[in-house]
Every structure is written in structure tokens, then in C-alpha cells.
Design a protein around this ligand. Sequence first.
Ligand code: DX5
Ligand code: ZN
Length: 224
Amino acid sequence: MKTRNFKIAGSILSADLLNLEKDVQQALDEGVDIIHFDVMDYHYVPNMTFGPVFLQAMRKKFKDAIFDVHLMVSPCSENIVDDYIKAGANWISFHPEACVHTERMLSHIQDSGVKAGLALNPSTPPQMLRYLWDKLDFVLVMTVNPGFGGQKTIPATLTKVYDVKAMAKADGKDILIEVDGGVKASNIREIALSGADVFVVGSAFFGAADKKEALKSLHDALEA
Ligand code: DX5
Ligand code: ZN
């Protein structure tokens, strides 16, 4: 399947936080395309992670990296989004349940020169995407319920990946689909065949004893 331009986004949620600089440097050196930055607020999801100062420090160190900020926060306000834009985000996704004016927020992100994405939980129907294509740079299909790394992909979510791809095609749009949750070498090919382009990988990369080998197995499975 070499025809599509697949990308791997390493989620630092599973990195060694006391050696984060080393882990991220290694990820970039090995060829991880994007660094996925999971923001959790103990409210939208039952967990807490990183804030904008943390992203700013990472941006200072990794000037050319692509930082993909996944906001699992509620309410998702323009102030919060702006903090991550200022801190150096390249991509920002948020969950529609956490935002009253979804279209306005997507426009705001795009107008700031950042790629805008909508993150859909396993039970969130994708129909709203039809009215938002022009404001969307990517769709983040959650393949687990958000909040924790190391969970198993929920099989029904692959149907959603397929449905989003088909809906976009029917509307003449070529949307980038990112998947997040439980992606590993044993299922990445099946997920790619469902229509995904960008694969968030947390535990299956940062949690692996041999990261080089882990990334190779993901690429091998995609290219098989
Ligand atoms: C879950 C996060 C994911 C998580 C993925 O809420 O959005 O990005 O880090 O981790 P794995 O790949 O271990 O499922
Ligand atoms: Zn995520």
C-alpha cells in the first residue's frame, strides 16, 4: 500500500516523561512524522496531562517538529485554543461535544494559520462533518474512548473511518483522516484499509523496548 502518504504521529502520553527530550529526539530521528500532544483536563476526560507552557518548551527545543495538539478539554474556549497556538501548535483538534460553536472554532484555528481538526469519540456520529468540510483540514477518529493510552481499538470505530472517507468522497472532498487509540503493528494495516492516513501511536512506539524496531514493524505492516 505504498500509494498513499501515510504518517505516524507519536503520542508523548506514553513517553518517558523524565526523559522526554531524549524520547522525542529519538522519535524524530527514527522518522516519526508528527508529535501528538494529548491535552486532558480532568473534566472532559478522567485524566490530566500537559499545558501550553509545556508545549512552548518543546517548541523551543524542536523548532521544525510538527506538533499535533489534541484538546480533550471542556469547555473548549478560544482562550484555551489561543494558548496552544501561541505555544507553537501546528495542528489542533477538539471534540464537538465540548464546544458550542464548532464552525466558529474551526474557522478561528484555520485563520490563525493552524490546521484544524474535529475529534470524534467512538459514539459520536460523523454526519456533522458534511456541513464543515471547508473548515476542516483533518478529522480525528477516536478508536478508543479518550483519556488513557494503552487501550484496545474498538472494532466498530473502523466502520466510522470508512464512513467518513465515503462521505467525503461523495461530497467531492479529500479529507485527511487521523486515527487515535490502540494502533499497533497488528492492526495498522486493517485501519489503513478502512481509509486512515495518519496514525497516532502511543504505547506501541514510546512504550516499546526497541523503538526503532517498533516503527519499522508499523511501516512494514503498512507497506505489506
Ligand atoms: C487517548 C489519547 C491517545 C493515546 C493513544 O485519549 O488521545 O492519543 O495517547 O495511546 P495508544 O496508542 O497507547 O492507544
Ligand atoms: Zn490523542
